[in-house]
Design a protein around this ligand. Structure first.
Ligand SMILES: *Cc1c(COP(=O)(O)O)cnc(C)c1O
Length: 511
């Protein structure tokens, strides 16, 4: 084959083979794929590159052995991942987007798609901040304005927010803080803040100790008394507070910090107020649940993740800015490409070259509409409430937090400890039991929830192993939930026998 042929006509067999691979994959589940590398047929241990290229037929044979080893994320039996199930139109749309291969870092390499990004960002800005037509008319396509930036995910959006907050406080020169009389700088938020904030402060040269993780209340919300105390400490120790972070949908519990109160405190203290709504932002689509996010419109910056509840492919995040000129504090240019007087989005983004994933959002907005999203959100949040009822009704389970959004944390109680008062030793045993149970369920592969480790106020400071269910797939029905919990009861009896000895395992058989 001539090499140039690779760039001209696609091989129709290759396309059909891809469709067939996906079909087969979607009809299998994790029970057919091992988890440890050593158990796969492919060891993936070849460090030498082939000298000559193989035929597409041979490559298809290789693909056919790789794909079955991927994680199955679309099954309604898997409720542990935050990865979005994708609407079917995404497959063909992604073909278009990938082959257009536009780079919205600069106008020259994306043209109209640069403006599509701005339109998509304006729609989300409006969802959060509810500005007037005039405002969007003036700002949406203004050269020295940015209603936000696209990022590859929530992490980079949060890091960008810290970058903006730092530059607002002291430009790009940390030492000017010392000239202002400060001895250092911190950010304040709850203990449930995402770990991307630690990465961000590390990159800003401030280190992980500059992330103050404050206590939460019994509903896993940032405790206001702890915040006021921290503010006093910062003043005493001459520490500049770069940002106050409110979490709108914590990764573990889906809990939402008291945003209106945080906004008022941030205003009073003149601190940058950032809301991490990577998970929870799309709640705003739902007339029934949107009041959960009251106060988010007072945030200076808001992180959203497209690849979570907005149901678009991985690699799609956003940072929205209330004030369209805030982004100017991080503006950069490069003589070869990113010109100061251009519309180049690369002036503001932490990333350089990146895909025009705004097209996925555009398609979803146009095809689902606000109402489509609202119905999906409502159904998911209702499902989480139903699952919480089933958990609460069984002595074999302990619900660890009432559902706020569509994340649930709970744990299984081994039969011999059900109905007992649980002291620290019992909790240690229950932790070991839940770790083993979650691994056994993952290994079996029929159903899945993830696990985390957190203290909950009911048991003081002791870290507890929690099972974590994510109700994101619109195809999940009550029978899937019951089957998942029944799997846990069944595996729980086996695990209890192993950990605590024979006879410890009599108990419920179904929920
Ligand atoms: C997922 C998530 C993030 C990180 O987003 P990535 O897209 O994984 O980088 C940050 N904060 C919260 C609350 C999240 O749920």
């Amino acid at each position: 084959m001539k090499l140039t042929e690779l760039f001209t006509q696609p091989d129709p067999d290759f396309g059909q083979a891809m469709t067939a691979l996906l079909e087969t994959f979607h009809h299998s589940d994790d029970s057919q794929a091992p988890y440890q590398r050593g158990s796969f047929t492919h060891q993936l241990d070849q460090s030498a590159m082939p000298d000559t290229g193989m035929s597409t037929q041979d490559y298809l044979a290789r693909l056919a052995t790789l794909v079955p080893g991927a994680s199955h994320l679309t099954s309604p039996h898997y409720m542990g991942h935050m990865t979005a199930p994708l609407p079917a139109f995404t497959a063909e749309l992604s073909r278009l987007l990938v082959m257009l291969n536009q780079n919205p870092m600069k106008m020259e390499s994306s043209r109209l798609l640069s403006f599509l990004e701005r339109e998509v960002l304006a729609k989300l800005h409006r969802l959060i901040y509810r500005g007037e037509d005039d405002f969007y008319g003036a700002q949406m396509h203004a050269k020295d304005a940015a209603l936000g930036v696209m990022t590859s995910g929530g992490t980079i959006a949060n890091v960008t927010a810290l970058w903006l907050a730092r530059n607002r406080a002291c430009g790009d020169n940390l030492f000017s803080l010392f000239e202002q009389g400060y001895r250092g700088a911190v950010i304040l938020g709850s203990r449930l803040m995402h770990y991307s904030f630690d990465k961000g402060m590390d990159l800003l040269g401030l280190g992980a100790r500059s992330v103050w993780r404050l206590d939460t209340d019994e509903h896993n919300r940032l405790c206001l008394a702890a915040l006021e105390k921290a503010l006093v400490q910062c003043k005493e120790q001459k520490l500049k507070v770069l940002a106050l972070v409110g979490v709108a949908g914590s990764t573990d519990f889906g809990s939402i910090d008291p945003l209106p109160e945080l906004a008022a405190i941030a205003r009073r203290e003149q601190i940058h107020f950032h809301v991490d709504a990577a998970w929870g932002g799309p709640t705003l689509f739902s007339p029934r649940y949107q009041s959960l996010l009251d106060g988010i419109d007072q945030a200076d910056t808001v992180t959203l993740d497209g690849h979570k509840q907005l149901l678009v492919p991985l690699g799609t995040g956003m940072l929205l800015c209330r004030q369209p000129d805030l982004m100017m504090t991080v503006k950069r240019e490069a003589p070869y490409a990113i010109r100061a007087s251009s519309f180049d989005q690369g002036r503001f983004t932490l990333e350089g070259t990146r895909p025009a994933n705004a097209l996925y959002l555009d398609a979803a907005f146009q095809l689902l509409g606000r109402q489509g999203y609202a119905r999906l959100i409502d159904a998911n949040y209702d499902r989480a409430r139903r699952m919480a009822e089933l958990i609460d009704a069984s002595p074999a389970f302990e619900l660890m937090s009432a559902p706020v959004m569509n994340l649930l944390s709970y744990r299984c109680i081994p039969p011999h400890l059900q109905g007992k008062v649980l002291d620290a030793a019992a909790n240690d045993a229950i932790n070991a039991f839940n770790v083993a149970l979650q691994k056994a369920q993952r290994a079996e592969g029929h159903s899945f929830v993830s696990r985390t480790q957190r203290a909950v106020s009911r048991y003081g400071e002791q870290p507890l192993t929690l099972l974590r269910a994510v109700l994101l797939n619109p195809l999940i029905e009550e029978h899937h939930i019951r089957a998942l919990l029944d799997d846990q009861l069944r595996l729980g009896r086996l695990v209890a026998d192993q950990l605590f000895g024979q006879g410890s395992s009599s108990g419920e058989r179904t929920v």
